[in-house]
Design a binder for this molecule. Structure first.
Ligand SMILES: [Zn+2]
Ligand SMILES: [Zn+2]
Length: 168
């Protein structure tokens, strides 16, 4: 397959249980639909290590982003920001869902993810979540108390209605 980022060719490289297409010239990587997400979620694999595994060979003349074509289906690639608003700009095919990641961009994704996983921020999120849970439990408890009262009232009323003493 032809590399969308330069005049090089893509070669299949096995990474974990995935077969990635890596350019022998610009070191860009083509990910089929969902492969990039799977790779990012596979915490055992370091994105930066994978990024460094492939390096461009000499000077590479890059294809302008507007002219990039999908190596799989030939559709035009469109740029988009990773995680909607990060500074990492990837090229994706709207037709088949594939994504082209240039050399260095995997490390950039790793950096964005580390930033998002900021311990202070996740601690704050955990505290908010704990608060929500506590509130839910409280609401549930008061609801349970209310329901048991209703049940008690109904039982008492039922007992009053059906007991011979009450009717006499
Ligand atoms: Zn290339
Ligand atoms: Zn495509």
């Amino acid at each position: 397959m032809k590399c969308p980022g330069c005049s090089g060719r893509l070669h299949a490289v096995r990474v974990q249980d995935m077969s990635l297409d890596v350019c022998g010239r610009c070191a860009g990587i083509w990910f089929d639909e969902s492969e990039l997400g799977r790779l990012i979620r596979a915490s055992a694999l370091n994105l930066e290590t994978l990024d460094r595994k492939f390096e461009p060979t000499g000077e590479v003349e890059k294809v302008p982003e507007a002219d990039r074509e999908c190596p799989k289906c030939g559709g035009g690639l469109e740029t988009y920001k990773y995680l909607y608003d990060s500074p990492v700009i990837l090229d994706s095919c709207h037709n088949c869902g594939g994504i082209f990641v240039e050399d260095g961009e995997l490390s950039a994704i790793a950096a964005v993810r580390t930033e998002n996983d900021d311990p202070a921020e996740s601690k704050a999120a955990a505290i908010i979540l704990a608060g929500h849970l506590e509130q839910m439990v409280r609401q549930d408890k008061s609801r349970a108390v209310f329901l048991s009262r209703v049940a008690f009232y109904n039982r008492a009323r039922g007992a009053a209605q059906f007991s011979p003493e009450a009717t006499s």
